[in-house]
Write a protein that binds this ligand. Structure first.
Ligand SMILES: NC(=O)c1ccc[n+]([C@@H]2O[C@H](COP(=O)([O-])OP(=O)(O)OC[C@H]3O[C@@H](n4cnc5c(N)ncnc54)[C@H](O)[C@@H]3O)[C@@H](O)[C@H]2O)c1
Length: 277
């Protein structure tokens, strides 16, 4: 029998990249996938992929940064299906740049989507998840664990998601609910491609990004979806409150040499380096 037969799984940001592949994989395992994205158009293709894979799908347009829309979404899910077993908090946006170049309203939007959105979805899904002894998987990022150049705003939201994951896991453990975060490095999706385009030298940055993973490439969405599915399934029944790196060796070793100056941008040698000539 498929692993998620008849279970109801909400995937936010299901219209693209990791969310779309995750939705498809849950469909393959017999789930009813509630495919959420900011517009209906964005999830139409996903619905087809889930059905082709053998699952059931429902497309829902919802801005996860709006608590009223999120509450309506979760009420509809429970009203329609009578259950909610798994929540995948995947939707996210990027906001690269030095902190002094990020506008206040850009900061608010990245926090609203990447951090508050996870809070709203979790808050309104939790009563039913407790009844079902369900699971939550949050999409964080390696940069929430180790930082990343020119990315403090986005990293702050992902660090917040990791901290929320750990604390929430404590509170909901008595109800049999598990909460984990996955922390990818580079994953080749429209989000990463958009980030390449925002860099001064997109092609060189693409190559540099590939090589900064010890495995010599970025991950595929499928590789991330496999971990998400594992964390949502009983196969990971003794794992909770963890932020799990999935990073192709990107954080290993000192041996890869200094970053080229164009990749760092605005880099100045530290005082110690200047003192040493
Ligand atoms: N791609 C990477 O290299 C990478 C690395 C680490 C973490 N992540 C995280 O993984 C998650 C998925 O990333 P991806 O690369 O698949 O991105 P993506 O841009 O391909 O897909 C994200 C989806 O989220 C949707 N979305 C954005 N704002 C929304 C909102 N307010 N309400 C509802 N939906 C919204 C978008 O419309 C889009 O369909 C994100 O949380 C991202 O931060 C990605």
């Amino acid at each position: 029998m498929p692993e998620f037969d008849g279970q109801v799984v909400v995937v936010t940001g299901a219209g693209s990249g990791i969310g779309q592949e995750t939705a498809r994989l849950f469909g393959q395992e017999g789930a009813v996938v509630v495919a959420v994205d900011i517009t209906h158009e964005k999830v139409q293709q996903t619905v087809g992929l889930v059905i082709d894979a053998g699952g059931h799908a429902w497309a829902v347009a919802c801005d996860i940064a709006d608590p009223a829309q999120v509450k309506r979404l979760m009420d509809h899910v429970v009203g329609e299906y009578g259950r909610l077993d798994v929540l995948i908090n995947n939707a996210g946006i990027i906001m690269p740049g030095f902190i002094e170049d990020i506008e206040d309203d850009e900061w608010r939007r990245v926090v609203d989507v990447n951090l508050s959105g996870v809070f709203y979805c979790t808050k309104y899904a939790l009563p039913e998840l407790k009844r079902r002894r369900g699971a939550i998987v949050n999409l964080a990022s390696m940069n929430g664990l180790v930082g990343q150049m020119k990315n403090p705003a986005y990293s702050a939201t992902k660090g917040g998601v990791i901290a929320m994951t750990r604390s929430l896991a404590i509170d909901v453990a008595p109800f049999g609910v598990r909460v984990n975060a996955v922390c990818p490095a580079g994953v080749l999706t429209p989000l990463l491609q958009e980030w390449f385009q925002q860099q001064p030298h997109p092609d060189v940055m693409r190559e540099y990004t590939d090589l900064s993973h010890m495995l010599g490439r970025t991950a595929t969405p499928r590789e991330i979806a496999n971990l998400i599915l594992f964390l949502a399934s009983p196969r990971s029944s003794f794992i909770t409150g963890q932020a799990i790196p999935i990073e192709g060796g990107a954080t290993l070793g000192y041996g890869v040499g200094p970053k080229p100056e164009w990749a760092v941008g605005g880099f100045e040698r530290t005082q110690g380096e200047k003192d040493n000539g």
